[in-house]
Design a binder for this molecule. Structure first.
Ligand SMILES: Nc1ncnc2c1ncn2[C@@H]1O[C@H](COP(=O)(O)OP(=O)(O)O)[C@@H](O)[C@H]1O
Ligand SMILES: O=P(O)(O)O[C@H]1O[C@H](CO)[C@@H](O[C@H]2O[C@H](CO)[C@@H](O)[C@H](O)[C@H]2O)[C@H](O)[C@H]1O
Length: 467
């Protein structure tokens, strides 16, 4: 690959980029809602605002490349207050025609403006533009509002070949030569992003359970910067916990040894986070607020997915029990947590055991909420739900397998922290219930064929005697 500096003269938003976006408007209205990472599914796209466009390779060449931040206008979610619209990050390539290997990346053919007759596509599918990003990170480039920054302690080799990951994701990731992985966040918000903040804090603490950020991309647009992408070492040969669990389940194999190790790894990360970042004590007022938030999410979820209605009262009792304990004066320690921990966020390397990735939190929650200290039990509840998810998505549901893994996970956690999460049943049930409700909404929106999996948990959690 030729380094960017030798081949392009990057510029920020220009007349060409503004006109490009005008001619792209009808194409993006059709293409964007079809993307896995598009969060506004189910609501029409009524228009766009260009937040920023940066030319990375000039469109006069054989290959044009634009970095684009786009605010999408959509009607508000029913019952919710009107919001400004989500901002998405796109890397748009421009070519005369697409070679067949890039067919899945097609956005469309431009029919007017300066690029009339040219083809535009999602450039992350294309090694060359993806390599332009790595080169910019390697050299610490600044282009328009974009700052490519790196931790000088890590070396980034050049000439690494890029390939887009094909996994189902909320964002998009590119692997470079099996050495690094770049996660390009798709829906972006201004402010400190926990997906960079927490791994950096853990790296400073010397916690080896999380790959340390090597470089990142920022945009300085509003008063607060946007974190747009994070580069980390690629754990070559690692398997994700979800795949491993399903494989063992299919063979009827025990997974408790792995689950216990995973409990230990989670505990190590929690301990390091509690050392690295402030902890607080949650008293009566905060706990009532927390239980109230869970109840509100339940109400919104029932509106979005009416199949939840018969279970609403039973589910709500989990949150009422939490509020009752708060009123009795019980307090909890809160700390920074992962926020969306499940088997798919755990990678196991043959030599190094388990690592945790993806500290973004639940993508649909506001950033400020995701960054708040919370009881560590929240992550544990996420993992317990995940063992249940695996067991209930298998051809033949395997509740005993889930039960054994859940117990082993808690045992492993207790071995490191000295505190068994099962001694906290009210908080655990409240968080498991909250998570299962989140999953119902998530699946209804993104993968409707998966809906029966969290719904089976909803039935059990609404009737605790069944669990
Ligand atoms: N450091 C890494 N090494 C190897 N694979 C990784 C690494 N980070 C992420 N992955 C792979 O990429 C996938 C998506 O990463 P993730 O951070 O969960 O993105 P998203 O937020 O889009 O879901 C993971 O499921 C995992 O398979
Ligand atoms: O990995 P993401 O940050 O994108 O998380 C979202 O998608 C997950 C699915 O890909 C979803 O997780 C749910 O399904 C998993 C199996 O695919 C299972 O392991 C999890 O336990 C279950 O919650 C996650 O909730 C969502 O935020």
């Amino acid at each position: 690959m030729t380094p960017m500096a030798e081949t392009v003269t990057p510029s920020s938003t220009s007349g060409t980029t503004t006109e490009l976006l005008e001619s792209l408007d009808p194409l993006l209205r059709e293409w964007l809602p079809r993307q896995r990472w598009f969060a506004g599914k189910g609501r029409a796209v009524t228009g766009f605002d260009l937040v920023a466009a940066t030319e990375l390779l000039p469109s006069e060449g054989r290959l044009g490349l634009y970095h684009v931040l786009l605010r999408v206008h959509q009607p508000p979610v029913p019952g919710a207050l009107p919001q400004p619209g989500d901002c998405y990050q796109l890397l748009i390539g421009v070519r005369e025609a697409l070679p067949p290997r890039l067919a899945p990346a097609l956005i469309g053919h431009v029919v007017d403006g300066p690029l009339d007759g040219r083809t535009v596509y999602d450039a992350l599918y294309d090694p060359r533009p993806a390599e332009v990003l790595l080169e910019a990170l390697r050299t610490g480039a600044r282009v328009g509002a974009l700052s490519f920054e790196r931790d000088p302690a890590h070396e980034i080799r050049d000439q690494l070949v890029a390939r887009l990951m094909t996994a189902e994701q909320s964002n998009s990731s590119v692997v470079y030569g099996d050495t690094f992985i770049l996660k390009l966040l798709r829906r972006v918000t201004p402010g400190v992003n926990p997906d960079l903040e927490l791994p950096l804090a853990l790296a400073r603490e010397g916690c080896a359970r999380v790959p340390a950020p090597v470089a990142w991309l920022r945009a300085d647009l509003d008063t607060e910067p946007y974190v747009l992408a994070v580069l980390q070492p690629f754990m070559n040969g690692a398997s994700d916990g979800w795949e491993l669990a399903l494989r063992e389940l299919a063979k009827g194999e025990d997974f408790t040894r792995e689950a216990r190790e995973l409990g230990r790894a989670t505990a190590e990360v929690h301990t390091a986070l509690a050392r690295a970042l402030p902890t607080v004590t949650l008293g009566h007022a905060q706990l009532e607020l927390m239980a109230g938030g869970m109840t509100e999410r339940l109400t919104a979820a029932v509106q979005a997915v009416p199949a939840l209605r018969p279970y609403e009262t039973g589910l709500r009792s989990a949150f009422e029990a939490l509020a009752d304990l708060a009123r009795e004066g019980q307090t909890w320690t809160a700390q920074r947590v992962h926020g969306d921990l499940h088997l798919g966020q755990c990678l196991r390397s043959p030599g190094d055991g388990w690592s945790l990735i993806d500290f973004e939190g639940e993508p649909s929650r506001p950033l400020a909420e995701r960054r708040m200290p919370q009881p560590a039990v929240r992550d544990i509840a996420g993992m317990l739900r995940s063992f249940d998810y695996a067991a209930h998505s298998a051809k033949t549901p395997a509740p005993d397998w889930a039960h054994a893994c859940r117990a082993a996970y808690c045992t492993g956690y207790a071995e490191v922290t000295g505190r068994d999460p099962r001694t906290d049943p009210v908080m655990l049930r409240a968080y498991e219930t909250d998570k299962a409700i989140y999953e119902v909404v998530y699946e209804a929106r993104h993968r409707p064929e998966w809906l029966p999996v969290p719904m089976s948990a909803v039935r059990r959690l609404a009737t605790p005697d069944l669990s």
